[in-house]
Design a binder for this molecule. Structure first.
Ligand code: GTP
Ligand code: MG
Length: 205
Protein backbone atom coordinates (compact mmCIF):
# COMPACT_ATOMS: atom_id res chain seq x y z
CA UNK A 1 0.00 0.00 0.00
CA UNK A 2 1.24 3.46 -0.89
CA UNK A 3 0.35 6.39 1.36
CA UNK A 4 -0.99 9.11 -0.92
CA UNK A 5 -2.62 11.40 1.60
CA UNK A 6 -2.95 11.78 5.36
CA UNK A 7 -5.24 14.22 7.14
CA UNK A 8 -5.81 14.90 10.79
CA UNK A 9 -9.57 14.57 11.28
CA UNK A 10 -10.47 15.06 14.90
CA UNK A 11 -9.45 14.77 18.57
CA UNK A 12 -11.98 13.59 21.09
CA UNK A 13 -11.81 13.89 24.86
CA UNK A 14 -15.05 12.19 25.77
CA UNK A 15 -17.34 9.55 24.33
CA UNK A 16 -18.19 11.73 21.37
CA UNK A 17 -16.33 9.29 19.10
CA UNK A 18 -16.04 9.84 15.37
CA UNK A 19 -18.99 8.29 13.62
CA UNK A 20 -17.92 7.67 10.03
CA UNK A 21 -18.14 5.02 7.34
CA UNK A 22 -14.37 4.57 7.26
CA UNK A 23 -12.81 1.40 8.63
CA UNK A 24 -10.37 2.07 11.43
CA UNK A 25 -7.35 0.50 13.10
CA UNK A 26 -6.17 1.71 16.51
CA UNK A 27 -2.91 1.72 18.45
CA UNK A 28 -2.95 1.01 22.15
CA UNK A 29 -0.32 0.45 24.82
CA UNK A 30 1.53 1.88 27.79
CA UNK A 31 2.40 5.55 27.84
CA UNK A 32 5.69 6.19 26.09
CA UNK A 33 5.70 2.84 24.25
CA UNK A 34 5.82 4.66 20.90
CA UNK A 35 2.24 4.74 19.56
CA UNK A 36 2.37 8.27 18.16
CA UNK A 37 5.87 7.70 16.76
CA UNK A 38 4.63 4.56 15.02
CA UNK A 39 1.78 6.49 13.37
CA UNK A 40 4.30 9.03 12.10
CA UNK A 41 6.53 6.19 10.89
CA UNK A 42 3.66 4.45 9.09
CA UNK A 43 2.50 7.61 7.35
CA UNK A 44 5.96 9.02 6.70
CA UNK A 45 4.88 12.31 8.35
CA UNK A 46 7.30 13.23 11.13
CA UNK A 47 5.04 15.60 13.01
CA UNK A 48 1.58 14.26 12.33
CA UNK A 49 1.03 12.73 15.77
CA UNK A 50 2.64 14.55 18.68
CA UNK A 51 5.34 12.55 20.47
CA UNK A 52 7.22 13.20 23.67
CA UNK A 53 9.86 11.72 25.95
CA UNK A 54 7.50 12.47 28.83
CA UNK A 55 4.84 9.78 29.31
CA UNK A 56 1.20 10.78 29.02
CA UNK A 57 1.56 12.96 25.91
CA UNK A 58 -1.52 11.71 24.09
CA UNK A 59 -4.52 12.29 26.33
CA UNK A 60 -7.13 12.39 23.60
CA UNK A 61 -8.23 10.00 20.90
CA UNK A 62 -6.84 11.29 17.60
CA UNK A 63 -8.14 10.20 14.22
CA UNK A 64 -6.08 10.41 11.02
CA UNK A 65 -7.59 9.69 7.60
CA UNK A 66 -5.28 7.87 5.19
CA UNK A 67 -5.79 7.84 1.42
CA UNK A 68 -9.35 9.06 2.03
CA UNK A 69 -9.99 5.42 2.71
CA UNK A 70 -9.37 4.38 6.33
CA UNK A 71 -8.57 5.81 9.75
CA UNK A 72 -5.52 5.38 11.99
CA UNK A 73 -6.49 6.02 15.60
CA UNK A 74 -3.92 7.17 18.17
CA UNK A 75 -5.12 6.28 21.66
CA UNK A 76 -4.05 7.65 25.04
CA UNK A 77 -1.51 5.45 26.83
CA UNK A 78 -2.24 3.58 30.02
CA UNK A 79 0.01 2.94 33.01
CA UNK A 80 1.02 6.52 33.55
CA UNK A 81 -1.69 8.60 35.18
CA UNK A 82 -2.64 7.71 38.73
CA UNK A 83 -6.04 6.21 38.27
CA UNK A 84 -8.74 6.40 40.86
CA UNK A 85 -9.43 3.10 42.58
CA UNK A 86 -13.07 3.60 41.76
CA UNK A 87 -12.34 3.18 38.08
CA UNK A 88 -13.03 -0.38 37.16
CA UNK A 89 -10.09 -0.88 34.84
CA UNK A 90 -6.66 0.68 34.95
CA UNK A 91 -6.85 2.28 31.55
CA UNK A 92 -10.11 4.11 32.17
CA UNK A 93 -13.65 4.02 30.95
CA UNK A 94 -12.96 6.34 28.01
CA UNK A 95 -10.57 3.97 26.28
CA UNK A 96 -12.69 0.96 27.18
CA UNK A 97 -15.81 2.56 25.73
CA UNK A 98 -14.02 3.44 22.50
CA UNK A 99 -12.81 -0.15 22.11
CA UNK A 100 -16.20 -1.65 22.88
CA UNK A 101 -18.41 0.65 20.83
CA UNK A 102 -16.46 1.53 17.68
CA UNK A 103 -18.32 -0.39 15.02
CA UNK A 104 -15.82 0.25 12.25
CA UNK A 105 -12.82 -0.81 14.34
CA UNK A 106 -11.14 -3.62 12.38
CA UNK A 107 -7.99 -4.25 14.40
CA UNK A 108 -6.27 -3.06 17.54
CA UNK A 109 -2.50 -3.05 17.55
CA UNK A 110 -1.17 -3.56 21.08
CA UNK A 111 2.31 -2.06 21.37
CA UNK A 112 4.98 -3.39 23.72
CA UNK A 113 8.42 -1.92 24.34
CA UNK A 114 10.97 -4.62 23.43
CA UNK A 115 13.04 -3.71 26.51
CA UNK A 116 10.27 -4.33 29.04
CA UNK A 117 8.51 -7.37 30.37
CA UNK A 118 4.77 -6.93 29.71
CA UNK A 119 2.98 -5.48 32.75
CA UNK A 120 -0.23 -6.73 34.29
CA UNK A 121 -1.98 -3.87 32.49
CA UNK A 122 -0.67 -5.15 29.17
CA UNK A 123 -1.97 -8.61 30.04
CA UNK A 124 -5.28 -7.13 31.15
CA UNK A 125 -5.59 -5.20 27.89
CA UNK A 126 -4.86 -8.27 25.79
CA UNK A 127 -7.47 -10.29 27.69
CA UNK A 128 -9.97 -7.46 27.34
CA UNK A 129 -9.46 -7.39 23.56
CA UNK A 130 -9.81 -11.18 23.25
CA UNK A 131 -12.86 -11.21 25.52
CA UNK A 132 -14.55 -8.54 23.40
CA UNK A 133 -13.63 -10.42 20.21
CA UNK A 134 -11.64 -7.53 18.79
CA UNK A 135 -9.04 -8.53 16.19
CA UNK A 136 -5.69 -7.87 17.82
CA UNK A 137 -2.05 -7.84 16.72
CA UNK A 138 0.94 -7.33 18.99
CA UNK A 139 3.72 -4.98 17.88
CA UNK A 140 7.05 -4.66 19.64
CA UNK A 141 8.64 -1.22 19.40
CA UNK A 142 12.09 0.35 19.76
CA UNK A 143 14.13 -2.66 18.58
CA UNK A 144 16.94 -0.23 17.68
CA UNK A 145 17.71 0.08 21.41
CA UNK A 146 18.87 -3.55 21.74
CA UNK A 147 21.23 -5.94 19.97
CA UNK A 148 19.73 -8.69 17.80
CA UNK A 149 20.46 -11.30 20.47
CA UNK A 150 18.76 -9.19 23.11
CA UNK A 151 15.76 -8.67 20.82
CA UNK A 152 15.53 -12.45 20.37
CA UNK A 153 15.70 -13.07 24.13
CA UNK A 154 13.15 -10.38 24.93
CA UNK A 155 10.77 -11.78 22.30
CA UNK A 156 10.91 -15.14 24.06
CA UNK A 157 10.08 -13.51 27.39
CA UNK A 158 7.18 -11.54 25.89
CA UNK A 159 5.81 -14.61 24.08
CA UNK A 160 5.88 -16.81 27.15
CA UNK A 161 4.39 -14.13 29.40
CA UNK A 162 1.48 -13.47 27.02
CA UNK A 163 1.08 -16.93 25.51
CA UNK A 164 1.92 -15.75 21.99
CA UNK A 165 3.83 -17.27 19.08
CA UNK A 166 6.80 -15.42 17.68
CA UNK A 167 5.02 -15.20 14.32
CA UNK A 168 2.09 -13.35 15.94
CA UNK A 169 4.31 -10.39 16.69
CA UNK A 170 5.28 -7.54 14.36
CA UNK A 171 8.78 -6.27 15.11
CA UNK A 172 9.32 -2.55 14.61
CA UNK A 173 11.59 0.42 15.16
CA UNK A 174 10.24 3.85 14.22
CA UNK A 175 13.78 5.13 14.64
CA UNK A 176 15.41 2.61 12.25
CA UNK A 177 12.29 2.18 10.11
CA UNK A 178 12.10 -1.54 10.80
CA UNK A 179 8.92 -3.48 10.02
CA UNK A 180 7.28 -0.98 7.68
CA UNK A 181 6.19 -3.45 5.02
CA UNK A 182 4.85 -5.97 7.50
CA UNK A 183 2.86 -3.25 9.25
CA UNK A 184 1.45 -1.85 6.03
CA UNK A 185 0.46 -5.30 4.77
CA UNK A 186 -1.26 -6.03 8.06
CA UNK A 187 -3.16 -2.72 8.12
CA UNK A 188 -4.16 -3.16 4.50
CA UNK A 189 -5.52 -6.60 5.29
CA UNK A 190 -7.67 -5.32 8.14
CA UNK A 191 -9.03 -2.16 6.51
CA UNK A 192 -10.01 -3.85 3.28
CA UNK A 193 -13.73 -4.09 3.00
CA UNK A 194 -15.29 -7.45 3.80
CA UNK A 195 -16.60 -7.44 0.25
CA UNK A 196 -13.08 -7.29 -1.17
CA UNK A 197 -11.87 -9.98 1.26
CA UNK A 198 -14.75 -12.22 0.19
CA UNK A 199 -13.89 -11.66 -3.45
CA UNK A 200 -10.26 -12.55 -2.68
CA UNK A 201 -11.17 -15.83 -1.03
CA UNK A 202 -13.60 -16.61 -3.83
CA UNK A 203 -10.75 -16.23 -6.31
CA UNK A 204 -8.41 -18.34 -4.20
CA UNK A 205 -10.77 -21.29 -4.02
P1 GTP B 1 1.85 8.56 25.08
O1 GTP B 1 1.25 9.50 24.09
O2 GTP B 1 2.40 9.24 26.29
O3 GTP B 1 0.95 7.43 25.43
O4 GTP B 1 3.19 7.93 24.41
P2 GTP B 1 3.34 7.20 22.99
O5 GTP B 1 3.10 5.75 23.14
O6 GTP B 1 2.56 7.90 21.94
O7 GTP B 1 4.91 7.39 22.72
P3 GTP B 1 5.66 8.41 21.75
O8 GTP B 1 5.46 8.03 20.32
O9 GTP B 1 5.34 9.81 22.15
O10 GTP B 1 7.20 8.07 22.08
C1 GTP B 1 7.71 8.14 23.39
C2 GTP B 1 9.22 8.28 23.35
O11 GTP B 1 9.79 7.11 22.77
C3 GTP B 1 9.70 9.46 22.50
O12 GTP B 1 10.81 10.04 23.14
C4 GTP B 1 10.12 8.81 21.20
O13 GTP B 1 11.12 9.50 20.51
C5 GTP B 1 10.63 7.45 21.68
N1 GTP B 1 10.50 6.42 20.63
C6 GTP B 1 9.38 6.08 19.96
N2 GTP B 1 9.62 5.09 19.07
C7 GTP B 1 10.93 4.82 19.16
C8 GTP B 1 11.81 3.89 18.50
O14 GTP B 1 11.44 3.11 17.61
N3 GTP B 1 13.12 3.88 18.91
C9 GTP B 1 13.60 4.71 19.89
N4 GTP B 1 14.87 4.61 20.22
N5 GTP B 1 12.80 5.59 20.53
C10 GTP B 1 11.50 5.65 20.17
MG1 MG C 1 1.17 9.38 22.06
Amino acid sequence: MVIKSVEFVKSVADSNFLDSDYNEVAFVGRSNVGKSSLINFITGRKKLAKTSGTPGKTKLINYFLVNKNFLLVDLPGYGYAEVSKNIKTNWGDFLEEYLKTSKKLKCVYLLLDIRRTPTSQDEQMLKFLYFNRISTKVIVTKTDTLSRVQVFNQLNIICSKLGLNRKDIIITSSEDREGHKELMDSIEHFVKNEEENNNDSATAE
